[in-house]
Design a binder for this molecule. Structure first.
Ligand SMILES: Nc1ncnc2c1ncn2[C@@H]1O[C@H](COP(=O)(O)OP(=O)(O)OP(=O)(O)O)[C@@H](O)[C@H]1O
Ligand SMILES: [Mg+2]
Length: 309
C-alpha cells in the first residue's frame, strides 16, 4: 500500500457557482447568470487539494453517491494528486452539491448534503489511518453521524499514536454543544475561527481562560485579516496576517491556512514557522475567487506568493 502523510476527511460536495446576474430569482422566475463554474466544494476537499498541491501525500475520505457528480468530485481531487481510493459510495444517495449564487462579496447558498451526511466513523479506512502519521477532519457538523462521536473518534486516534487536527467550521444546527472538556485533551491541533471558538466556549459555559485548565492542545484561532492567535497553556501568541487590503473574497482562506499549516507541520517545521506558512497560503487564497486552489505545485505557490506579497 502507498504511504501517506495525512488522511483528510469531512464534508464532500461540488459547488455550482453562478456569477454575474442582476438579482436573485424569486420563486417562479428565471434569471440569467453570465458566468458559471463547476468547482470542488467542501472545506475538507479544499484542504486536501491545497495540501497535495503543496507537496503532501494526501488520502481523502468522504462519502459520495454512485453518480457523475461523485466522479467529478474525485477527478478534481485527483487533478491535484490527492488519493481517492478510500472514498465511500452510498447507494441510494446523491453526491452532495451546493448551488452558490455569488454577488459582489456575498453569496446565497443552497445545499443538498446527500451522501456526504451518511459518512460514519466505521467508514473511515482504519488500516490506512493506523499507518499514517496525521489525521485531519473538517466540518464535522454536516456529518450527523459524527456529531456525538468526536471525542471517541479522537480518543481512538490518540491511542493509535496519530497526530490529529480538527477544523470545526460553523455548527449548521447552531447547537455549539461539543464537549470541549472531553475533546480537547485528545486532540493535538484545534483550528476554529474566532467566532466559532466564541460560540463553542459559550455552549460549554466556559471563559477562554478556562481552556488553559483543559489541556495542552494547541488552539489555533484564526481571526480573518487580523491573523492568528495560538492559545496554549497560559500563553497567547499573536501572528499577523500577510494583509491583503483588497481581497477578491475571503472564502476558503481558513481552508488554505489549515492546508499550509498542516503541510509545514508534516515537514517538521516549528509551530511558528507552520503558522507563518499557513498565513501565506491563507493570504494567497484571498487574491482569487472562492475556495479555488490557484497553484498545482509548491514552486507555483512560491512564485505567485512572491509576485503578489
Ligand atoms: N484579507 C486577508 N488578508 C490576508 N490574509 C488573510 C485575509 N483573510 C484571511 N487571511 C488569512 O487566512 C487565515 C484564515 O482566515 P479566516 O479566519 O477568515 O478563516 P475562516 O473564517 O475559517 O474561513 P473559511 O472557513 O471561510 O475558509 C487568517 O488567519 C489569515 O492568516
Ligand atoms: Mg473556517
Amino acid at each position: 500500500m502507498q504511504n501517506f502523510d495525512i488522511v483528510v476527511t469531512g464534508d464532500c460536495n461540488l459547488d455550482l457557482i453562478f456569477n454575474q446576474f442582476d438579482r436573485l430569482p424569486k420563486l417562479g422566475e428565471e434569471i440569467i447568470a453570465n458566468q458559471f463554474e463547476l468547482a470542488l466544494g467542501s472545506s475538507a476537499g479544499i484542504v486536501a487539494a491545497h495540501m497535495a498541491a503543496l507537496g503532501a501525500r494526501v488520502a481523502y475520505v468522504g462519502a459520495i453517491g454512485s453518480d457523475s457528480f461523485g466522479e467529478q468530485f474525485m477527478a478534481f481531487l485527483q487533478s491535484y494528486g490527492v488519493c481517492t481510493d478510500f472514498m465511500v459510495e452510498k447507494a441510494g444517495f446523491k453526491t452532495g452539491c451546493t448551488v452558490v449564487m455569488a454577488k459582489e462579496e456575498d453569496r446565497a447558498n443552497l445545499t443538498h448534503a446527500g451522501a456526504m451526511a451518511e459518512l460514519t466513523p466505521q467508514d473511515l479506512p482504519w488500516h490506512v489511518i493506523e499507518k499514517t502519521p496525521f489525521f485531519h477532519m473538517s466540518n464535522p457538523y454536516v456529518l450527523p453521524l459524527f456529531r456525538n462521536e468526536l471525542s471517541a473518534l479522537y480518543q481512538k486516534l490518540k491511542e493509535s499514536g496519530t497526530i490529529t487536527s480538527l477544523d470545526p467550521q460553523w455548527d449548521v444546527n447552531e447547537q455549539w454543544d461539543t464537549n470541549l472538556k472531553e475533546l480537547l485533551p485528545v486532540l493535538d491541533y484545534f483550528l476554529p475561527n474566532n467566532k466559532e471558538l466564541e460560540l463553542l466556549l459559550a455552549g460549554n459555559n466556559l471563559e477562554q481562560d478556562a481552556l488553559i485548565a483543559i489541556s495542552s492542545t494547541q488552539i489555533i484561532k484564526t481571526c480573518g485579516n487580523k491573523g492568528v492567535e495560538i492559545i496554549q497553556g497560559n500563553e497567547i501568541q499573536q501572528f499577523k496576517s500577510y494583509l491583503n487590503e483588497q481581497p477578491v473574497d475571503c472564502i476558503g482562506a481558513g481552508d488554505a491556512f489549515t492546508a499550509g499549516f498542516l503541510t509545514a507541520t508534516i515537514e517538521g517545521k516549528s509551530l511558528k514557522e507552520a503558522i507563518n506558512f499557513g498565513c501565506k497560503t491563507g493570504a494567497l487564497s484571498t487574491t482569487i475567487e472562492g475556495g479555488k486552489v490557484p497553484y498545482g505545485s509548491r514552486k507555483e505557490f512560491n512564485d505567485q506568493f512572491t509576485k503578489l506579497f
